[in-house]
Write a protein that binds this ligand. Structure first.
Ligand code: HEC
Length: 173
């Protein structure tokens, strides 16, 4: 057992030494072939591009996260009593928002539903609903409506674009 781990250590040391050697000999040589040079250049270019890309992706997530956080509150307060905290709704009474193509579809349509309400027969996930969805345009601000729509479009596995306050203001009856 002790012998084995010794061999392992020696092996590790050898590998490290070899790695260090090959590194220093690499950087020492000035005669790189042109294909090596291009590969190095493109590696450098992608290394330079990726921090920017990941920074903007992080900013995007932060932005969406902030909107989703406010939207989550608006949802819990105003929507979850019917559509449930899980977005699953109640079969036959309140349609699910999770996995609902209307929710992740045309944003203008979703804004219209929220602002002006919805009634009449609809078909969601194989079930018929013929209820009444109250209009929220009077009781919620455009910012709250934007936040809650962004929330329902990006929760429970839903993946659709965010909606802004200006988008909400732009939709009229
Ligand atoms: C009082 C219960 C109730 C509340 C509260 C409520 N809804 Fe609804 N919602 C409904 C009903 C019922 C329907 C279906 C209307 C119909 O059958 O035509 C509906 C439909 C919808 C639809 C359209 C679904 C589709 O497939 O067409 C969306 C989107 C929606 N609601 C979002 C919300 C959001 C967001 C809130 C919170 C701001 C909310 N609802 C609050 C009852 C409610």
């Amino acid at each position: 057992m002790e012998r084995l781990s010794k061999i392992g250590l020696v092996g590790l040391a050898l590998m490290l030494a070899l790695a260090a050697c090959s590194k220093s000999s690499n950087s020492g040589t000035s005669s790189t072939t042109s294909s090596e040079a291009t590969a190095a250049a493109s590696a450098q270019a992608s290394a330079a591009a990726s921090p920017e890309a990941s920074a903007s992706a992080a900013a995007q997530v932060a932005q969406n996260g902030a909107a989703a956080a406010d939207g989550g509150k608006v949802y819990q307060t105003n929507c979850s009593s019917c559509h449930q905290a899980t977005g699953e709704g109640l079969v036959g009474s309140f349609p699910p928002l999770a996995g609902n193509p209307v929710v992740t579809g045309d944003a203008t349509n979703v804004i219209h539903i929220l602002k002006y309400g919805l009634n009449g027969k609809i078909q969601v996930a194989g079930h018929t609903y013929n209820g009444m969805m109250p209009a929220w345009g009077q009781s919620l601000s455009n910012a709250d409506i934007a936040a809650v729509i962004t929330y329902i479009r990006s929760s429970w596995g839903n993946k659709a674009s965010a909606v802004t306050e200006a988008d909400v203001a732009g939709v009229t009856q």
